[in-house]
Design a protein around this ligand. Structure first.
Ligand code: NAP
Length: 287
């Protein structure tokens, strides 16, 4: 029985990255289809769930991708809505690579903290994007108290409301439009995860180095200039001035490994939904 993966993408052209990782994760055949949305996904799901016997359904799976996480979330919802009784297959959501990127970053931070972030205060700088929002969910599940910053309070609140509605998790919104206010937002924090747009500097080196409570730092931005000055993109748990630092490439190898492992996992049973929490569990086990 061949392992078939239907890679449905909300962008017009499906991501080649996701196709390659799908094969590397063990799919025998990948069908990548772009331009998929809740209105046109129905026949694809029907084809996946009605074709194989119950015991064989685990050899068919669906991957939801694309550059737009809110669109991916809606598409995942529409896919799940079509499932009933045993008529379902496993599905994974990783639009924009957000779940696997956030999971790898948080899992590396937790590993550096000795396996748990319980009781820590974490600040996600520019956490309103897909990576930051997913990281917030994972950090809270690790037992941390989490705040996310944005250049505007309106955007920060919108992201926190979205996280609450999707995962039932409370995250504190913080307005921090410039380097000074972001340094201030990190005061009292034990963990800082920068998840800003590529090439956006969010925190000065002097500010994190003189922060007495800060223990752990990660930066998801791999496009210079990096998000946190003085952290190298290759850092893999490097000690800098008493702070453990992770750069985007430093935890990037785990991100890729987690993505592959999740694809492999899809074909183990027909009833799995791999979203933030399940993908984080996998990353933590692998870190
Ligand atoms: N390693 C990987 O495989 C991988 C995969 C995906 C993403 N990434 C990286 O992870 C990071 C986060 O990705 P993402 O897609 O979640 O990011 P994103 O949505 O592009 O940006 C995140 C947030 O950055 C803030 N921002 C944008 N321009 C800014 C500026 N000039 N100054 C300060 N803040 C600014 C915005 O927040 P406000 O408007 O609310 O302030 C935005 O919501 C990126 O650097 C991306 O390249 C890496």
């Amino acid at each position: 029985m061949k392992k078939l993966l239907f890679q449905i993408d909300t962008d017009p052209i499906p991501a080649v990255f996701d196709t390659v990782v799908a094969y590397d994760g063990g799919a025998d055949h990948v069908t990548a289809i772009g331009g998929i949305n809740p209105a046109n996904v129905g026949p694809i799901v029907d084809g996946a769930i009605f074709t194989r016997a119950p015991k064989e359904k685990k050899f068919t799976a669906i991957f939801v991708g694309g550059s737009d996480m809110p669109a991916g979330e809606q598409l995942l919802k529409a896919v799940k809505k079509k499932f009933f009784a045993n008529f379902r297959v496993s599905v994974m959501l990783d639009s924009n690579g957000a779940n696997t990127t956030a999971a790898a970053g948080v899992a590396c931070l937790a590993k550096s903290a000795g396996g748990s972030l319980a009781g820590k205060r974490a600040v996600i700088l520019a956490g309103t994007g897909p990576v930051g929002q997913r990281a917030a969910v994972m950090l809270v599940r690790e037992g941390a108290t989490v705040a996310i910053t944005s250049r505007s309070m309106e955007n920060a609140k919108k992201a926190c409301d979205h996280i609450k509605a999707s995962f039932g998790i409370d995250v504190q919104p913080v307005a921090a439009p410039d380097l000074d206010s972001r340094a201030q937002a990190c005061e009292g924090a034990h963990v800082v995860f920068a998840t800003g747009a590529a090439s956006t500097v969010l925190l000065r080196e002097t500010d994190w180095k003189r922060n007495p409570t800060l223990q752990l730092i990660a930066d998801a931005n791999a496009t210079p200039p990096l998000g946190i000055e003085g952290v190298d993109m290759m850092d893999r748990g490097v000690d800098r001035e008493g702070k453990i630092c992770w750069g985007a490439i430093g935890f990037g190898s785990l991100k890729l490994a987690v993505h592959r492992a999740c694809i492999e996992q899809l074909f183990e049973a027909a009833d799995q939904v791999l979203d933030a929490e399940q993908i984080y569990a996998r990353a933590k086990a692998m870190a």
